[in-house]
Design a protein around this ligand. Structure first.
Ligand code: SF4
Length: 371
């Protein structure tokens, strides 16, 4: 089924994904051999016996296929599930588009990457938080993970597996991003299709990490905008919807009209944010608006289908309504295409409808000026 977003009112368009998300994230397990410092899942070494079973996983896959969404297999480390390839083969059999984010450990071998190629994964996520082992391994807290990532990238290049590089942006990794970009330009082709810059959400272990300042984020946007023109892969942001606001501002300054912006809005993912266009299924089958927004619990796929939970949840209707946002986000003329990170608002202020603390923008209509 095709996704048919509705356009919301307002000068700049946003889209309400009321019927189906673009992506469903399934945390297949919380088990993982790494102990990354930004980990949402507070991953543990062993699998939880209460995880969704193989058959429950297949039922979830059928529902996601029916909605017409893509399924992202994540964790923890999906490689910790003995039935991973059985599930992926099932997904392929029902023509379900799938991405996977395996942990970069020695279990991610060339044979495994070859299986991903056979199973036709749309994208394999590979983490790269620094340009060398010193920065990356310190962040991931296990020596050798930088080499694992680079080996996985090399195999993906050889085996023609599309790769999405995931980089976490914190105050610690921020100074190294230009160098990471250089490494990707030199060693990423042809596999790397997208570089995702994930702006830290201070939950789980990540609560102890330093976030960049709003001004530093704004400078990051300037750089992302500039390299996007010539990068050999797509450069995107995650949990940083205010990049869309920055992008619109730049386009308007360059002479674009509202109609020009509207034309490209769907491609830029206008409106997609936690609970609107994405939804998260935990290892135990619990459903939440996003992996980094653990409130409210929407239900369990053991009791209702993901389709019912996504379409009928009153809590998601509220989250999707940009006119119901609080603080600067509620007063902002960019609230429909952007709307701020709901996960960050919740993580840093306790209010999932609050303003995004890492946005530097001061809307003209904001009741209370802030600095
Ligand atoms: S104030 Fe909120 S809605 Fe406006 S650009 Fe910033 S994060 Fe987006």
């Amino acid at each position: 089924m095709a996704i048919a977003p509705q356009r919301a009112k307002g000068r700049f368009p946003g889209y309400v994904y009321a019927q189906a998300p673009r992506n469903v994230y399934w945390e297949m397990t919380r088990a993982c051999d790494l102990a990354c410092r930004h980990c949402r899942a507070n991953a543990e070494h062993n699998r939880d016996p209460r995880e969704l079973t193989t058959e429950e996983g297949k039922a979830l896959m059928r529902d996601v296929k029916e909605m017409g969404s893509m399924l992202i297999l994540t964790g923890g480390d999906p490689m910790k599930r003995e039935d991973l390839f059985e599930l992926m083969a099932y997904g392929r059999g029902i023509h379900l588009p799938m991405g996977i984010t395996p942990s970069t450990t020695p279990t991610l071998t060339r044979d495994v990457v070859a299986r991903f190629a056979e199973l036709g994964v749309s994208a394999m996520g590979v983490s790269l938080d620094g340009p060398n082992p010193g920065v990356h391994d310190a962040f991931r807290r296990v020596e050798g993970t930088f080499d694992c990532s680079m080996r996985a990238l090399q195999w993906a290049n050889e085996l023609n597996v599309p790769v999405q590089i995931n980089t976490t942006v914190t105050s610690e990794t921020l100074p190294h991003l230009r160098e990471v970009y250089r490494v990707l330009c030199e060693r990423g082709a042809p596999a790397v299709r997208r570089w995702s810059l994930f702006l830290l959400i201070p939950v789980g272990r990540g609560a102890a990490l330093g976030a960049p300042t709003p001004q530093q984020v704004e400078e990051l946007f300037t750089w992302v905008y500039e390299i996007s023109e010539s990068a050999p892969f797509h450069v995107g942001t995650v949990e940083a919807p205010h990049y869309r606001r920055y992008w619109i501002q730049r386009k308007l300054a360059e002479g674009a009209t509202d109609a020009d912006i509207e034309r490209i809005a769907p491609r830029m993912g206008f409106g997609i944010r936690d609970g609107n266009g994405v939804v998260f299924v935990s290892s135990l089958g619990e459903v939440f608006p996003a992996g980094f927004l653990p409130e409210p619990r929407l239900g369990s796929v053991r009791e209702q289908s993901i389709t019912q939970l996504y379409r009928a949840s009153p809590a998601l209707s509220v989250l999707r309504d940009a006119d119901a946002l609080h603080g600067r986000c509620g007063a902002c003329e960019y609230r429909w295409p952007c709307g701020g990170s709901r996960a960050r608002a919740f993580g840093m202020t306790g209010d999932p409808m609050g303003e995004d603390p890492l946005c530097a923008y001061q809307p003209a209509a904001a009741a209370e000026p802030r600095h």
